[in-house]
Design a protein around this ligand. Structure first.
Ligand SMILES: *[C@@H]1O[C@H](CO)[C@@H](O)[C@H](O)[C@H]1NC(C)=O
Ligand SMILES: *[C@@H]1O[C@H](CO)[C@@H](O)[C@H](O)[C@H]1NC(C)=O
Ligand SMILES: *[C@@H]1O[C@H](CO)[C@@H](O)[C@H](O)[C@H]1NC(C)=O
Ligand SMILES: *[C@@H]1O[C@H](CO)[C@@H](O)[C@H](O)[C@H]1NC(C)=O
Length: 377
């Protein structure tokens, strides 16, 4: 009885698999079986599906690390997710060193472009001087050289005495300029790119399937379920083909009847679509990560103009810990209230706008102090 059931299930599984393969010829949605579930459909195409299922330059493949997109001449990236409505793709580096890839990124030969971009200057500084005060790009640094990047021109100027500029270049960022701190740390986030052509936005919005109008055609059409899905009545029922090692298919097929398959696997696929939809339809809400102080708070901290004697109050040496250059008389310094650490006003103001703590001891000026210094000035 048990074996009979197993045999029955196997046949069902085979039939279902044949259906999937049939669906492949029809350019339905495909996923890699490893990594996150990212539905692949036009203009993207998974290696192994017919060529006319995708647009040139949009070929994806599955490997054991996940789904990969090659951007010649910059090399392969892994895909975090694809938003078909906004036509955006999030990529990451398999070696976890996106800044290194950004230094060599050249999108001119690909259909992709930056959603937002910003000029960044990469600096190479002596490690013993920079220490951990700035967000150092670890994967580009070693015991002697620390590499960091910033979009702040004044910070570049402040650091120019002790660091070498590697390159200044316009690189894709995931947030518009005004929400961006402009510091190295942002560059390790995903690489967000968009494609303008082929434009399937309208079609996606209406729930259609974008694609070439036939095998030899260069014309792109938007088709709806009734014309397309042979065996399905709605878009949600389109078969999903799983390429490479079909673990999800095997898991679903062995021991579970096909009806159960649909009850278990189906909601999961809907979930995927729903999260994608909700992220796509919600207005883009940039996450503001700036943890710095506002101008009036910064201005409320004491300033001092260095005299000829260059004598400094509190626990301070003769160099500014931010730009590492020596203080000169007549320079304006700012004093952090809690700890009395001093810095060039230009240097520390820039820092405090991005980071509310003292660059040396990491103490944050307490609200009480901020208010009292407000009153006393
Ligand atoms: C998978 O693809 C990525 C991106 O193309 C590549 O960097 C990585 O080396 C590949 N992994 C394997 C194991 O081939
Ligand atoms: C980018 O790549 C193209 C070829 O794809 C090349 O012609 C161009 O010079 C490259 N640009 C840079 C800045 O390297
Ligand atoms: C980036 O910097 C270059 C020169 O360094 C400049 O020509 C260009 O206008 C800058 N672009 C932006 C968007 O700031
Ligand atoms: C650190 O990196 C720099 C530049 O990448 C290189 O010239 C130097 O030899 C490296 N030092 C060590 C100790 O690896």
């Amino acid at each position: 009885m048990f074996f009979q059931t197993m045999g029955f299930l196997e046949v069902l599984f085979l039939v279902k698999l044949l259906h999937f393969m049939n669906a492949a010829a029809d350019c339905t949605i495909a996923v890699c079986s490893i990594g996150e579930v990212i539905p692949v459909k036009f203009p993207f195409r998974l290696e192994g599906t017919p060529r006319n299922c995708g647009y040139p330059g949009f070929d994806l493949s599955c490997n054991i690390s996940g789904m990969s997109l090659v951007i010649p001449p910059s090399g392969g990236f892994l895909v975090r997710d694809i938003d078909y409505l906004t036509q955006q793709i999030r990529l990451y580096d398999s070696d976890n060193c996106l800044p290194k890839r950004l230094l060599q990124l050249n999108l001119s030969g690909s259909p992709f472009s930056a959603v937002f971009h910003q000029n960044y200057t990469f600096l190479s500084c002596p490690t013993q001087l920079v220490m951990s005060r700035f967000a150092i790009i670890d994967c580009l640094s070693n015991s002697t050289i620390s590499v960091l990047a910033t979009s702040s021109a004044s910070l570049v100027k402040a650091l120019s005495a002790s660091c070498d500029v590697i390159r200044t270049l316009l690189i894709p960022v995931s947030r518009p300029d005004q929400y961006s701190e402009g510091f190295s740390s942002e560059l390790s986030e995903d690489l967000l790119l968009t494609w303008l052509s082929p434009d399937c936005h309208q079609c996606e919005t209406q729930g259609g399937m974008c694609g070439f109008n036939g095998i030899a055609s260069q014309e792109i059409i938007c088709s709806y379920d009734s014309q397309r899905g042979k065996s399905s009545s709605g878009r949600q029922d389109l078969g999903v083909i799983v390429l490479s090692i079909g673990i999800p298919v095997l898991v679903c097929a062995s021991g579970i009847a096909m009806s159960a398959y649909f009850m278990i696997c189906h909601p999961r696929r809907d979930e995927v679509y729903n999260t994608r939809r909700s992220t796509a339809t919600a207005p883009p809400q940039p996450i503001i990560l700036v943890m710095g102080l506002d101008e009036s708070t910064i201005e409320s901290f004491d300033k001092l103009v260095l005299g000829e004697s260059k004598r400094l109050p509190g626990p301070n040496g003769s160099t500014c810990a931010i730009c590492l250059s020596e203080y000169n008389s007549k320079e304006t310094l700012r004093i952090i209230p809690e700890c009395k650490h001093c810095f060039h006003a230009d240097c520390v103001d820039e820092w405090l706008r991005m980071n509310g703590t003292c660059p040396v001891c990491r103490k944050s000026p307490s609200p009480a102090h901020v208010t009292s210094s407000n009153i006393s000035h």
